[in-house]
Design a protein around this ligand. Structure first.
Ligand code: AMP
Ligand code: GLY
Length: 433
């Protein structure tokens, strides 16, 4: 009998997941807030709903006889949805609410990493009182990243020396977070190249995906406000031109240690674990550990994924993951088309797409849009993702650039992602280090 898979979420990441589910021969059901034309086209049935409405989604899953569910967005992992599906006997390839705390609570993450002596930890301290945080900041010489403990959609972290010009601004921001949330996390500021490592895990075994780098800043040359991510790259050898194999091995080891630590505390993690690391002078350090696929980086790696994706999801849910599936040995460059003003004040318009121009070397994913396959209305967020697949990152970037002629309308894009100039600049820094 053909499996029925429920996918929650309606962004670019979920479009990439939806395609893999359908390619695997399974029947797709989806629950999403926007009328994403690609996901809707791939689905046998869809439910347009508030993605946080866990009762409605769990009811939909039961009514449709879903065999397995997969959750895309992090805020959904903070609801009881996964636990309810579990209790109804529906398999889930995403973490329980408790296990998702590795992402939804940065305080929990830092506790696990510190108590289990996981490699790549950095100094951090949680504050509940304003006078204590002020005293700490006024006596400390180091710089810090100031973070809300919970989810912020990638926009709540401010770093001294980057977003915060001086100690007074740092104190003011810490006070703002503290008065809103009752707590604020300070982490030592570290410097280096950032990279993302996504792995599939059933709580014991791990299947790692190629490393990726995400470009969070809104404007070219890594300027401007942080966004959800404007684009991302992966390389043909599964590393990045400026990240060594030994750095990769250390980061993978940190993820393995985290998976074991969570199992040893009876909070086994199943699903996708996505570590955000910074490659510092003292080796790779953990910036964040997330409980889901990265967006945009999952679109790179899913475009390379070979094998039966649904089988992997079942093996995650059943605790029988084997390191069988693999990834094409190609490079990818992804660039998101976003509304003009994205990152500050989006002015969403309409984009027109000339027919189906996808090839084996070029994928077009639909993100936070509604409409048809040939005309989409943008929301305030990312609209369309183009992924080029080639032997090198710059060639993959050229494939994306050459396909922009098929899309008309007003949008912003970071043309610099994956270009030879960008890679050269990063290589120079890497060689100096
Ligand atoms: P996050 O939302 O935790 O991923 O943080 C957003 C961005 O802030 C990261 O991608 C980093 O560029 C930066 N950041 C976070 N934590 C630190 C840190 N401890 N030191 C330096 N930069 C950081
Ligand atoms: N790549 C950023 C995120 O998914 O959180």
């Amino acid at each position: 009998m053909t499996n029925k898979i429920l996918l929650v979420g309606g962004g670019g990441r979920e479009d990439a997941v939806a395609r893999k589910i359908v390619e695997s021969g399974s029947i797709l059901y989806s629950a999403l807030k926007n009328e994403n034309p690609s996901i809707m086209k791939l689905s046998r049935e869809h439910l347009i709903c508030d993605e946080l409405d866990y009762r409605r989604i769990a009811g939909f899953a039961a009514e449709k006889g879903i065999d397995l569910a997969f959750i895309g967005p992090d805020p959904v992992l903070e609801t009881p949805l996964v636990d309810i599906l579990d209790s109804k006997g529906i398999r889930v390839a995403s973490p329980s609410r408790d296990a998702a705390r590795i992402e939804t609570s940065k305080a929990y993450m830092r506790r696990i990493v510190a108590e289990h002596r996981i490699d790549g930890n950095i100094f951090s301290e949680l504050f509940h009182k304003q006078d204590e945080v002020e005293k700490f900041l006024s006596t400390e010489k180091r710089e810090f990243a100031i973070k809300p403990v919970g989810l912020t959609g990638g926009k709540g972290v401010k770093v001294m020396g980057e977003h915060l010009k001086n100690r007074a601004e740092a104190m003011a921001y810490a006070a703002e977070v503290l008065s809103r949330d009752g707590q604020v996390l300070l982490e030592e500021r570290i410097k280096g190249e950032e990279f993302s490592l996504q792995v599939f895990t059933d709580g014991k075994s791990i299947l790692p995906a190629p490393l990726a780098q995400d470009y969070k800043r809104a404007y070219e040359n890594d300027l401007g406000p942080n966004t959800g991510g404007m684009g991302s790259i992966t390389d043909s050898d599964g590393l990045l031109p400026f990240i060594s194999r030994s750095t990769y091995e250390k980061a993978l080891n940190s993820i393995k240690q985290t998976v074991s630590a969570m199992a040893s505390e009876n909070t086994p993690f199943r699903g996708i674990m996505y570590g955000q690391f910074m490659d510092t002078e003292n080796g790779p350090k953990i910036i964040e550990i997330n409980a889901r696929f990265a967006d945009p980086e999952s679109l790179n790696i899913l475009s390379l994924f070979r094998g039966n994706f649904t089988d992997v999801l079942f093996s995650i849910a059943d605790g029988s993951l084997k390191t069988g599936a693999d990834f094409m040995k190609k490079a990818t460059t992804l660039k998101y088309l976003v509304p003009v003003g994205y990152g500050t004040m989006s002015k969403p318009g309409t984009l027109r797409i000339d027919g189906n121009f996808e090839t084996d070397h070029l994928k077009l994913y639909y993100a936070a849009v509604s409409g048809t396959m040939t005309e989409v209305r943008m929301s305030g967020s990312r609209a369309l993702a183009l992924v080029g697949i080639a032997d090198t990152i710059p060639d993959a970037s050229d494939i994306v650039e050459n396909s922009l002629k098929y899309i008309r309308g007003d949008y912003s894009i970071r043309h610099d992602i994956g270009t030879p100039a960008m890679i050269r600049k990063k290589m120079e820094r890497f060689k100096k280090a």
